[in-house]
Design a protein around this ligand. Structure first.
Ligand code: NAP
Length: 312
């Protein structure tokens, strides 16, 4: 395959925006979309904070429209993922999971992050058959059943509200007695709890998933009294954070707790320690993990790549 100017890896808000800007700059980018085209935002039940989208689209709808925007600029989209990224003599080689090897002068890494799992006993046994990390994907199966959501961030609270809205008998288990989500979500949660639509189990640490043929409950411990109990449930939705998708970068640059460190160049904010490698979105940002920030940094990465290529 021909040597590309720029390859964008990842098709979430960061990758799509980078592809749009790179295409408009005449760089003829290739977008490696990964296996989940549109990224993790496609799994969000509703997006209320994308400026201008005041009809609150689902994450899937929003990403479909972003991808359509990318296609409008004739960007080639490859449905594959990168296993390893290397660089030699100023040229990047992208070794694809499908076996192909792509080459480019510059790369924009916008691979986002994936749901983290707790790693407690019983999880492996019931993951995919009772335990999920995607309420919008699997919530439908639990409409009239009991579900437990674990976590206290934006995802956990959004998921709990979504599941309760589907008619599931919803409990929220959180290890502290305060939430780290936006106030608007805490307010909605408290109002749902007040109406008896969500039951809150605060200061409770999940210890183990229990069951026979199928999942039957979560063993939890009260962090104040130390008392243990089993919360009976048909399904569990884990919302305990995310891990950056950076495995393909091992050996190319040193990561910071799994995230891509930016070089700190004030003129080219998305530059990394590797010349020609730029990073955008959640994969390089542990702090502001918001779709609109990801999109903005995707724009910056495309501008930085354009400048880098112009200097070669
Ligand atoms: P998060 O903010 O990192 O929250 C993870 C939650 O899981 C925290 O409440 C944490 O508890 C809990 N947790 C972590 N490890 C645990 C463990 N071992 N046992 C029990 N509980 C555990 O993750 P997130 O909610 O997925 O959000 C990730 C990022 O995406 C955030 O920046 C968030 O703002 C953003 N996001 C934004 C929106 C939106 O804009 N509407 C929607 C979704 C996500 P502690 O609180 O005690 O640490």
């Amino acid at each position: 395959m021909a040597l590309r100017n720029v390859i964008v890896i990842g098709s979430g808000p960061a990758g799509c925006t980078a592809a749009i800007y790179a295409a408009r700059a005449g760089l003829e980018p290739l977008l490696v979309a990964g296996l989940l085209q549109g990224g993790q935002l496609t799994q969000s039940s509703g997006v209320e904070n994308w400026p201008g989208a005041h009809h609150f689209p689902s994450g899937f709808e929003l990403m479909e429209s972003l991808l359509e925007h990318v296609r409008k600029f004739d960007v080639e989209i490859l449905q594959d993922s990168v296993s390893t990224l290397t660089r030699e003599d100023g040229v990047f080689s992208l070794h694809m999971a499908g076996g192909e090897v792509l080459t480019a002068r510059s790369v924009i890494a916008a691979t986002g992050s994936s749901a983290r799992y707790l790693g407690i006993p019983g999880e492996d046994r019931f993951r995919g058959s009772g335990i999920s990390a995607c309420a919008t994907c699997d919530g439908f199966f639990f409409r009239k059943k009991r579900v437990v959501v674990i976590g206290g961030g934006n995802t956990a609270v959004t998921d709990a509200l979504y599941l309760a809205g589907l008619g599931a008998k919803t409990s929220l288990v959180h290890r502290r007695n305060e939430f780290r989500c936006e106030k608007i979500l805490t307010d909605k949660l408290m109002s749902a709890a007040g109406e008896g639509r969500i039951s809150l189990h605060l200061s409770k640490v999940p210890l183990e998933f229990v069951g026979g043929e199928s999942l039957e409950g979560v063993r939890i411990r009260d962090t104040v009294t130390g008392e243990e109990s089993v919360l009976a449930t048909d399904g569990v939705f884990e919302a305990v954070g995310h891990v950056p998708n950076t495995g393909y970068l091992e050996g190319l640059l040193e990561l910071d707790r799994g995230y891509i460190p930016l070089a700190g160049d004030p003129e080219h904010a998305t530059a990394t320690a590797v010349p020609g490698l730029f990073a955008a979105g959640d994969v390089a940002n542990a702090r502001y993990q918001q779709a609109v920030v990801a999109a903005g940094s995707g724009c910056m990465a495309a501008l930085d790549a354009e400048h880098y290529l112009s200097m070669l």
